[in-house]
Each structure stands twice: as structure tokens, then as C-alpha cells.
Design a protein around this ligand. Structure first.
Ligand SMILES: *Cc1c(COP(=O)(O)O)cnc(C)c1O
Length: 439
């Protein structure tokens, strides 16, 4: 890969290419049958995985896979990373869980670090963070923030509460599986059967400012957008769209909320997807969000979600207005801090940018892959969407898995590459080789 440095080739993860170490693999012959009997069948599952190390996982038969699914954009440091193991071990021996009725150092440190990475301009203030446990839950707080702020603006106008609560979201967006999440999500298939869908969301065509403006009414409280749509094929917005969105929200007094659950935490090479999109734009500093949801890669595999709110919106959340039992425990925060430390100390943002962008260029410049298999490659760094020419994900994902590469479908016609942020050049080359060979 031309854009990669030769040093990457030697710094491969400590991977044992053989089958699982003796004694580490549980008895698995009955795993599928036990799932069928005891687990709610809400997922179509494939292989039985029993071990992971670096960018590789092993199934029950000892077959090794290169993991470019990354737990759906979660395993930012791959599998069994020693920094995560150390944080889990040491923190669980020190202080694992205390309620949010007390202070503890790890939540304080993690909040400060996230605020610094959001790096909001003066217009928003530095902002503040609330911790929860998942992406859907983080978005729930954003909907509540929209309503709180909507009611506050109504009160300021001398009007009664409850009529300014609508959140505008995009078609083909994904915001989670709670009742609020499926209402916010712009895909009919995930709402089906759960009617009545809760009130307060309007969907507009993606990446279309005029459509948003046309949808704004007295009821509108906020706009919620993914800067890179993750579940519908990896579709980034443009810098002009982001800047136009800010102007529109300012003009109409709306909150601009960004769902960074999938595209955040350095996956694109920048902390947030919109920071990568705006990079180098002369007006980049004018953009800011009023609220940002994060999860997935934040804990590197340990469940944690976070919401960043501008100072003004954070002030709406006084004691008693919002809460969670588990949000921001010492254990979750210590793990997220270890993930952040590793990303920063090892330069993994720059690394995934170089290797992921390099992989994207290699696919784009491969006449066989682009001529026969893929129509388009979208995204950045460790968040790539490969649009299939005439095959479906139902065909391609199992074919790649059979050759030892795990990828995630994104919609029916695109596959996602979501590798660990610490993959090396050899692993990227291996993925490229499997794509070429099997497709
Ligand atoms: C995954 C995802 C969610 C939901 O996160 P969960 O942790 O599964 O609740 C929300 N928004 C986006 C953009 C996502 O990719």
C-alpha cells in the first residue's frame, strides 16, 4: 500500500495463528442449539466465536478470522488488549461501582478528556458530559434535551409547555432501538410492528438543507443528524451541509444535535466524524453542535455511552431531571480512559487514518474490484462503506467470512469495514487480499 510506512509491517499484534490455546475454549458443540432454546431469536447469527486476540477472532473449530467488523465499530483496540485488561483488573480491585450520588476521580477525568476532544468553539462554551451505557440511551438524553430546551423557549415567550418538541432527523438514519430511538430513526423497517410510534419526530431527505427548512414549524425543537450515516451504507455529509445546518438552526432557534455513536471516537482519524469532514475548511471553526451522543468505540468493548452538551443546554439538567444507575461507573470510566490513553500515546488516530485511507485508495484503484465488485467506496479511516455493484450483502458477507474476513452489512447493498484503530499494514493487506480473492 503506497501510503503506508514500512514500519507497520513489523509491528503486528501478538497473534497466535494456531487454534485456541488449550483450556481457553469452552465446550461449544451445543452453543447454537442452546441459543435456539433459550435466547430470544432477534438476531440472525452465524459462527460461534470463542477467542480474540488483536484483530483476529477464532471460532469453535479453531478457524481464524480477520475481524473487520470490530463488534460493529466497538473494539477500537482489537481483542484482549493489555491496556483494557489492566484497567479492568486494577479498577475492579480498587472501586468498581458507586452510585452517581458520589464523586469519583475517573468520571471527572474522562469528562474533562471528552470535553477537550470535542473542542467546542466559544459560541457553545466548553460544554459538559453526562455518562450512560449505550448509544440509544445517549440519544434518549438528546431528545430530552430538545424537549427541555423547547419548553424553556416557550416559557421565555410566555407560552405554556408542551408544544415545541419535534426533532427533525434524516431518512435512512439510525438512532437506536428504544421507543424513542425507533421513532427518531428514519427507516420504516425498524418501526414496523411497534406502532403507535411515539410522537415528536419528522424525517426529511438526507443531506438536503432545503428539506429541513421546509419541515421546520413552531413545533420544531431540534435537528438530529449523523455526520456519517452508519447503518445505511456509510454516507458522509459535506462541510457545506454542516455549516448550512448550523446557520439554519441559529436562524430558527433550534438545537443542532449530532449522533456520533458510530462515527465518533477517532474512527475517522479525528475524534468526531464532523471534525474530519470540516478539516481544512476555511469556516470550520464556525461549526458547533448543541449536543453530541457517543458510545460504541468509547469503551473499546466495555459498555459506556456519553452525551456532550453545550454549557447552555447542560444547565437544563439540574439534580433530579435525568439519571441512570450505571452511567459513568469507576470501572467503565477507567476502561474508557485506558482506551483514550492508548489511542493518544500510540498515535492511533493518525495510524487508522493512514492505513484506512490507504486501504480505501487501494480498493478504489483496483480495476478488478471497482470494475466487477464495488461501485463506490465511501467514508474515512476505520469507517468505510463499500457499495456493491450487483451483489447483495446476503451473498457477500458469508463469502468473505468463509475466506476468513468478518465484515458488517450496511443496508442491503453495502458492506462496512470497521477494523480496530490499531490495525497494521499487513492486516489491511490481508483484508484487501481476501476481498480480491473471494469477490
Ligand atoms: C449503534 C448506533 C446507535 C445505537 O447504539 P446502541 O449502543 O446499540 O444503543 C445509535 N446511533 C448510531 C449512529 C449507531 O450507529
Amino acid at each position: 500500500m503506497p501510503t503506508l510506512s514500512p514500519s507497520d509491517a513489523v509491528e503486528s499484534a501478538p497473534v497466535n495463528a494456531s487454534s485456541p490455546a488449550p483450556g481457553t475454549a469452552p465446550l461449544t458443540s451445543s452453543v447454537k442449539a442452546t441459543y435456539e432454546q433459550y435466547v430470544v431469536p432477534s438476531y440472525a447469527r452465524s459462527i460461534v466465536l470463542v477467542r480474540g486476540q488483536g484483530s483476529y477472532v477464532w471460532d469453535e473449530t479453531g478457524k481464524r478470522y480477520l475481524d473487520f467488523g470490530g463488534g460493529i465499530a466497538v473494539n477500537s483496540l482489537g481483542h484482549a488488549h493489555p491496556a483494557i485488561t489492566k484497567a479492568l483488573t486494577e479498577q475492579s480491585q480498587t472501586l468498581m461501582h458507586v452510585s452517581n450520588l458520589y464523586y469519583h476521580p475517573w468520571q471527572a477525568q474522562l469528562a474533562e478528556r471528552l470535553v477537550k476532544h470535542v473542542a467546542a468553539p466559544a459560541a457553545a462554551g466548553a460544554g459538559k458530559v453526562f455518562f450512560c451505557n449505550s448509544g440509544a440511551e445517549a440519544n434518549e438524553m438528546l431528545y430530552k434535551a430538545a424537549r427541555k430546551n423547547g419548553n424553556a423557549t416557550l416559557a421565555a415567550e410566555g407560552k405554556g409547555a408542551g408544544t415545541r418538541y419535534e426533532v427533525i432527523t434524516a431518512n435512512n438514519s439510525f438512532h437506536g432501538r428504544t421507543l424513542g430511538g425507533i421513532a427518531a430513526t428514519g427507516q420504516d423497517k425498524i418501526k414496523k410492528g411497534f406502532e403507535p410510534i411515539i410522537d415528536g419526530f419528522r424525517h426529511v431527505p438526507f443531506h438536503d438543507l432545503a428539506a429541513i427548512e421546509a419541515a421546520i414549524s413552531d413545533k420544531t425543537a431540534a435537528v438530529l443528524i449523523e455526520s456519517i450515516q452508519g447503518e445505511s451504507g456509510i454516507h458522509p455529509v459535506s462541510a457545506e451541509y454542516l455549516l448550512g445546518l448550523r446557520e439554519l438552526c441559529d436562524k430558527h432557534g433550534l438545537l443542532l444535535l449530532m449522533d456520533a455513536v458510530q462515527c465518533g471516537m477517532f474512527r475517522t482519524g479525528k475524534f468526531l466524524g464532523y471534525q474530519r469532514i470540516l478539516e481544512g475548511h476555511p469556516r470550520a471553526a464556525e461549526f458547533y453542535a448543541d449536543g453530541i451522543s457517543m458510545a460504541k468505540s468509547l469503551g473499546g468493548g466495555f459498555p459506556i455511552g456519553a452525551v456532550w452538551l453545550s454549557d447552555k443546554i447542560a444547565a437544563h439538567f439540574q439534580p433530579g431531571t435525568h439519571g441512570t444507575t450505571y452511567g459513568g461507573t469507576p470501572l467503565a470510566c477507567a476502561v474508557a480512559l485506558a482506551v483514550l490513553d492508548t489511542i493518544e500515546n500510540e498515535g492511533l488516530a493518525e495510524k487508522i487514518r493512514r492505513i484506512g485511507d490507504g486501504l480505501k485508495a487501494c480498493i478504489e484503484n483496483d480495476p478488478d474490484l471497482m470494475g466487477n465488485v464495488f461501485k463506490e467506496v465511501r467514508g474515512f479511516g476505520g469507517l468505510l462503506g463499500l457499495e456493491l455493484r450487483d451483489r447483495t450483502t446476503a451473498e457477500v458477507v458469508p463469502a468473505l467470512r468463509a475466506q476468513g474476513l468478518l465484515v458488517i452489512p450496511s443496508g442491503d447493498t453495502a458492506i462496512r469495514l470497521l477494523p480496530a484503530l490499531n490495525i497494521n499494514e499487513r492486516e489491511a493487506q490481508e483484508a484487501l487480499g481476501i476481498l480480491r480473492f473471494s469477490l
